[in-house]
Structures are given as structure tokens and as C-alpha cells.
Ligand binder design. Structure first.
Ligand code: LFR
Length: 488
């Protein structure tokens, strides 16, 4: 029988894409029909997403998808944490904030005074990140916008609402808010009321695979798709979709690194780990498909590199990535290192200067050439990968035999090899478009075309290009280097 086509709208922090995925019994093909930049806008009120432009580009992508294939359904995923607020008429109130906007800093202490940091972790199992939804909402407390709000929709749920008119809260993304009970797998009324929010702001939870709705006339007109086209709730948190598509076999225990703007490093578990040790190590228990737990920690990721390149471009030094990576491969190993998760690397800005300042502060000679800067970034990421995989395994009581590195970072050969070297584990790199694949496979499963999680992963492994990096050389320099920057 002919393959069935699905459309995935996948919005990343730096770019979005619409991909047509064709799923057959033993086949899985992706066809990118639209790719667009996602450039946030700095307003006097803060850093915002250009959400209408993202919606319009999504519509344009869906229109192209319609021309290419009979689309069985649509799924939308994006980064987590951020949200839009709707008023009583359903209109969007203001522009959603970007999670890198620094306004939430002072409100962390306020939330901790209301509910307690330990209590927050016991209920949500969420790693502490200053931009978690709960802190963003605390920063809005008392504002006219929040007073007028009747619904809070996470970014993919907002786009789904615009396409279909149906409101809901997809579970994997809800689990990143800091308002979601990791054990009950439901909104925590206790926390929501504890921070002074009206629980009615939060719509009913939708599970991946559930149908959200069908297209409104406005969406039909913009895309040419038939009115009956369903929008299916996928694992709408991009990381959850990526983990769903990790091409791991059932056998050896695997860790994953979903590597793009962020490196999301961890394990797939059946139940959350809510211990004090886990909280101290700042591991998160976000939801995956089928009630799995994504036990992981955010590592700053290739943001460090893209922001470095952006800085150089602004300064008139536009060196192609391929050249930078070639120079980094030739640079002296383990010469200078940073802790990628140091708070000064979170907000947009001059990363090379911040890296130099970090090195100076920690008694290291700052990297002197672009190649050395890039080597410093990639080796530091490899060390953070190593530390995080080891801690996850220890805290969850599991052995790790292989690392699956998926996402855009899987194309970075040097990073893959350094990660294998630093961890001493084989790294299976690919697929690059894991998020879109996870999005499409959840839709295919909802249609009955794929059975279960294991068969989804088998299909990815059998059809997508993967490359294995074996650890080379000696672990000792890495161990010594890790100690130098506190990543041991
Ligand atoms: C990755 C990601 C991470 C989340 C961060 C902010 O794209 O979704 O999982 O922590 O973006 O939302």
C-alpha cells in the first residue's frame, strides 16, 4: 500500500520548518517543504517571539505541504516553557515572551517563598531554570495582562488553537511549566493556587496522539487543506518528540543527547526520580510519550556556538561554520574550558567576550583564535555531556552502554567524536531531524500505522542515516580537565 503523508510543524528557537513525512510499513521519508528563521524581537518591554510571523510561516509551510501530498493530519511542536495568554474573547494578549528574557530573575525567590524550592521539586520534579513558566508567571503577577487573561496556552497549543479553535494543554509541554504534578501527571492545583493563579487559566490536559480538532475556515483558506484535516496533539515539547524518535534498540541501556540550541542529556525512565540528590544535581522529570519520564538536564548546547558566530558576524568576521570546525579540529586539545551552564551564557550577547572572562576568572589563558574558541566550546560541551550522562545513570541506578545523539548537533562530527572521547562510550549520531520524525511517528501511530514505541524506534533505525563514533584514546586528560572547571 502507498505511504501515508503527515505534516509536522517544528519550531525551534532559531528556525522553524514544516516537513512532510511519508510513513509506510517499512519506509519513513522526510521532505522539508518550508524552513524559516525564528528571530526574536527586542521591545522596550522585553525579548519577545514574533509569534504571528511564526504562525504565518507555519501556514505557508502547510500550504506547500498540501501541494505535495494528501495530508492525513498535522502535528505541531516547539520549544517548551513559553506561553500566550488569551482574553475572554480568545484574543492573544500581547506578544509571548522569549525564555531568554532576563526579567524573571528576582521572582525566583518570590515563588520559593510561596511554595518552597524543595516542595516545588517534590511535586513537579522539574529542574530549576530561571525561565520556567512558573517564574515567568510570577513576574507578571498583578499586571493588567494577567488580570485580563482567561486561558494560558503553551506555544504549540496556541498555534493549534489558531488552526482549530480548540484549546488544550498537551501533556509533555505542560510538564515543563513548574505547575504540573510529575507523579499524578496532572496540573497541580496546589501549586497553581499556591502562587496565586486561577486554576481555570489552564486548559484540560491532552495526551500525545489525541485529536485536537479540525481546521477553521481561516486556516483552510490559508493552506488549501480540507476542513476535515485533523490537528493531532503530538509530543508537542520538541525534546519529547526528539526522544520519541531516538533510534535505540530495546537491548542495551541508552542515554540520549538531543543536541541543538540546547543539549538535553539524560535517560528514559518509567517513573520520576524525585530525591533530594536528584534535586541537588538539578535533574528534571519531564513527560515523554506513553507516560515515560524524560530524566535529563539542560546543557547550554550549541547556543554557545551560534551566538559566538553571530557576535563575530556583527563584528564583520563571518567565518563559515565548516572552516571554524576545521580550525577547531586543529586547535590544541583541552587548552581552555568553560562551564557551559554558567548563568552568564544564558542571555543573548557577546559570547567570545564572556568565554574570555570566564577563562580569566578561573586562571586560564583565554582562547586566542576563532578555532581555539570553537574548540573550547565543543570540548566544554563534551565535558558537560559526560558529567550529565554519568550523574543521570547514578541517580537513576542504571548502566549506560551507548549514547544516542540526535538533532542538528549530530551533524557536528567534531562534537560527536569529542563526546565519545570524553564519555568513553560509543556515540550513535542521528537522525538530524529527530524532532520532526517523532512528531510524524506519533501521528502515524494515532492512525494505526505503527504499533508501539519500540516499533517507532525500529523504523527510525532502519530508515535514517546514523553514524557511530567510537571513543578514542585516553580518558585521563578528560578527567583532569573536568576537575579544572568543576564538571567532574
Ligand atoms: C529545546 C527546549 C528545551 C527547553 C528549552 C526551553 O528546544 O525545548 O527542552 O528546556 O528548549 O524551552
Amino acid at each position: 500500500s502507498r505511504p501515508t503523508a503527515f505534516a509536522a510543524v517544528d519550531l525551534g528557537a532559531t528556525s522553524g520548518r514544516v516537513i512532510v513525512g511519508r510513513v509506510g510499513r517499512d519506509s519513513l521519508d522526510l521532505d522539508e517543504v518550508h524552513r524559516f528563521d525564528n528571530t526574536p524581537v527586542q521591545l522596550p518591554t522585553g525579548l519577545h517571539w514574533d509569534i504571528l510571523r511564526l504562525y504565518q510561516a507555519s501556514l505557508e509551510g502547510l500550504r506547500r505541504a498540501e501541494r505535495k501530498a494528501d495530508i492525513a493530519s498535522i502535528g505541531i511542536d516547539s520549544w517548551a516553557v513559553d506561553y500566550g495568554l488569551l482574553d475572554a474573547s480568545g484574543a492573544l494578549l500581547g506578544n509571548p515572551f522569549h525564555y531568554r528574557d532576563p526579567r524573571t530573575g528576582p521572582f525566583v525567590a518570590k515563588v520559593w517563598a510561596q511554595v518552597g524550592a524543595a516542595e516545588l521539586y517534590r511535586i513537579t520534579g522539574l529542574q530549576h531554570l530561571p525561565f520556567n513558566t512558573v517564574f515567568q508567571l510570577a513576574a507578571e503577577a498583578g499586571s493588567a495582562r494577567l488580570a485580563a487573561a482567561r486561558s494560558l496556552l503553551m506555544i504549540p497549543d496556541l498555534l493549534t488553537y489558531w488552526l482549530t479553535g480548540a484549546r488544550g494543554a498537551e501533556a509533555t509541554n505542560a510538564s515543563t511549566t513548574g505547575l504540573f504534578d510529575a507523579t499524578a501527571r496532572a496540573w497541580s492545583a496546589e501549586l497553581i493556587e499556591g502562587i496565586g493563579l486561577d486554576p481555570r487559566l489552564l486548559p484540560a490536559i491532552r495526551l500525545p496522539g489525541e485529536r485536537a480538532g479540525t481546521l477553521l475556515p481561516s486556516a483552510r483558506a490559508a493552506t488549501g487543506l480540507p476542513a476535515t484535516t485533523p490537528v493531532v496533539a503530538v509530543a508537542s515539547h520538541d525534546t519529547a518528540s526528539a526522544v520519541a524518535a531516538v533510534p535505540a534498540a530495546d537491548g542495551p541501556s541508552f542515554a540520549y543527547i538531543s543536541c541543538g540550541t540546547w543539549s538535553l542529556v539524560g535517560l528514559e525512565l518509567d517513573a520520576p526520580v524525585l530525591s533530594e540528590d536528584s534535586r541537588a544535581a538539578n535533574f528534571t522529570n519531564e513527560l515523554g510519550i506513553d507516560g515515560t519520564v524524560r530524566y535529563l538536564r539542560n546543557v547550554m548546547g550549541l547556543w554557545l556556538l551560534s551566538e559566538t558566530q553571530r557576535t563575530w558576524r556583527v563584528q564583520g568576521r563571518d567565518i563559515p561554520l565548516r572552516d571554524l570546525l576545521a580550525r577547531a579540529a586543529q586547535a590544541e586539545p583541552l587548552a581552555a574550558l568553560v562551564n557551559p551552564d554558567a548563568p552568564e551564557f544564558l542571555a543573548p550577547g557577546d559570547m567570545p567576550a564572556r568565554i574570555a572572562a570566564f577563562c580569566a576568572r578561573t586562571g586560564q589563558t583565554p582562547p586566542g583564535t576563532p578555532g581555539a574558541v570553537v574548540r573550547c566550546i565543543l570540548e566544554s560541551l563534551a565535558l558537560a555531556h559526560r558529567q550529565t550522562v554519568r550523574q543521570a545513570a547514578e541517580l537513576a541506578g542504571r548502566d549506560v552502554e551507548v549514547i544516542h545523539l540526535v538533532g542538528g548537533g549530530s551533524r557536528n562530527e567534531l562534537l560527536c567524536q569529542l563526546t565519545a572521547d570524553a564519555t568513553g562510550l560509543p556515540v550513535v549520531a542521528g537522525p538530524t531531524e529527530a524532532t520532526a520524525l517523532g512528531n510524524i511517528l506519533v501521528q502515524a501511530r494515532a492512525r494505526g500505522l505503527v504499533d508501539d514505541r519500540a516499533s517507532m524506534r525500529r523504523l527510525v533505525a532502519a530508515t535514517q542515516q546514523l553514524r557511530t563514533y567510537r571513543p578514542a584514546g585516553d580518558q585521563r586528560p578528560w578527567t583532569a580537565a573536568a576537575a579544572r572547571v568543576g564538571l567532574g
